[in-house]
Design a protein around this ligand. Structure first.
Ligand SMILES: Cc1ncc(COP(=O)(O)O)c(C=O)c1O
Length: 376
């Protein structure tokens, strides 16, 4: 279903920018869940069913992962319980209804339905939640309900493996076209779409067969790679998950309620963290208003209304193409267009009304969070 997704040449965007660069994007938003998340949801629901489980629990930030998993669970006859980060739950009521239509139950997190949710609410009254909190709640819901397991939509190695379908298809299509990308760009929340997109190309680079530049794009409000620490940390705010070595802002860090809910995660995939640490991959952070101006430009030129998360990659691709215009370099740029933004119209409205803000954490704020990293 829905595969392969074609790599699309952004002729109209190139023309509008007046760049000699060739821009391609791999569009993953062409399924009903609206994002790349279905690639992993189908695999995880399949294995859950094969294992004889009754259902699964999960967290969702922007709502795309929850939607994809709800859809996959409907296909396999599994119950699906989703803890949705509170600010997304409030910003996107229709996302919730899509999940419920697929048969899932959706709870805003932090909730009062779990012990950890009650504790987080008591310690951070009025909090808008975070992926870290929602993960803790979903894990608790799984371990207290027989026949249920917790599944995660990003960060972990198996999720990057499922998402490697994006890179494998892209690599095959480019070989067929006789095109070699010079720079490959993706937004990075937990790192799954980017990890999947770059995997075959990174393999070639590591084996010395070809050279590519890889760029991870993250929000300035949640800059885990560009301003985080490379350390062992908890994957969740409730500190009940195992430790992972990763670039992190600290498991207690609660990012501002930005509109790119899928990128509001304190940590990063261990694989991408290692590649970044070894300088095999670059990272940039971009401000929310700059991201939405890129989203608007892309919608007006290419016609697709992009998800705010995906628009981080669009911003970086446009910036790269502008550099090519200035230098005259004819680079080939590939970026991952992970999804559509039809449920993000509150965010687009704030941008169109010029009331959107940019929150960038101070060094002091980050230091306070780093001080709570596990001391090993
Ligand atoms: C459309 C979209 N793009 C990107 C992401 C970021 O996740 P990841 O870094 O795992 O690809 C999300 C996560 O929710 C998303 O919904």
């Amino acid at each position: 279903m829905f595969r392969p997704s074609p790599p699309i040449r952004a002729y109209f965007l190139e023309k509008a920018l007046g760049t000699p660069a060739k821009i391609y994007y791999k569009f993953e938003g062409n399924n009903t869940s609206g994002s790349h998340k279905l690639n992993s949801a189908i695999a995880q629901a399949y294995y859950a069913k094969a294992q004889g489980l009754k259902g699964v629990t999960t967290e969702t930030g922007a709502g795309q992962w929850g939607t994809a998993l709800s859809m996959a669970c409907a296909f396999f006859g599994l119950d699906c319980r989703v803890f949705m980060v509170k600010c997304s739950y409030e910003q996107k009521p229709f996302r919730r209804e899509v999940m419920r239509t697929y048969g899932a139950s959706v709870t805003p997190s932090p909730s009062m339905t779990t012990e950890i949710g009650k504790k987080i609410n008591a310690e951070h009254p009025g909090t808008t939640g975070s992926l870290g909190c929602a993960i803790s709640e979903a894990v608790e819901a799984a371990v207290t309900n027989p026949g249920y397991r917790y599944v995660l939509g990003s960060v972990l190695n198996q999720v990057l493996l499922h998402q490697s379908i994006i890179g494998l298809e892209a690599s095959k299509a480019f070989k067929k076209l006789g095109v070699k990308p010079d720079v490959i760009i993706g937004c990075a929340g937990g790192g799954s779409n980017l990890g999947g997109l770059i995997s075959p190309f990174m393999g070639e680079k590591l084996r010395g067969e070809a050279d590519y530049r890889f760029v991870a794009v993250e929000p300035a409000s949640c800059p885990s790679l560009t301003r985080g620490r490379y350390a062992y940390d908890y994957c969740d705010t409730g500190r009940i998950c195992p430790l992972a070595k990763m670039y992190t802002l600290g498991a207690d860090y609660i990012p501002s309620a930005s509109h790119a809910g899928g990128l509001r995660y304190h940590g990063m995939s261990s694989i991408l963290s290692e590649l970044y640490d070894q300088k095999l991959m670059e990272a940039v952070s971009v401000k929310q208003t700059d991201v939405f101006s890129a989203a608007q430009y892309f919608a007006r030129t290419e016609g697709i209304l992009p998800a705010p998360e995906s628009s981080h990659a669009i911003r970086a691709a446009i910036d790269e193409a502008i550099k090519c215009r200035e230098s005259g370099k004819e680079e080939t740029i590939l970026f991952g267009l992970t999804g559509t933004g039809y449920f993000d119209m509150t965010a687009y409205q704030a941008f169109n009304d010029h009331v959107m803000g940019d929150y960038i954490p101070t060094d002091d704020e980050l230091e306070k969070s780093f001080a709570k990293l596990p001391q090993l």
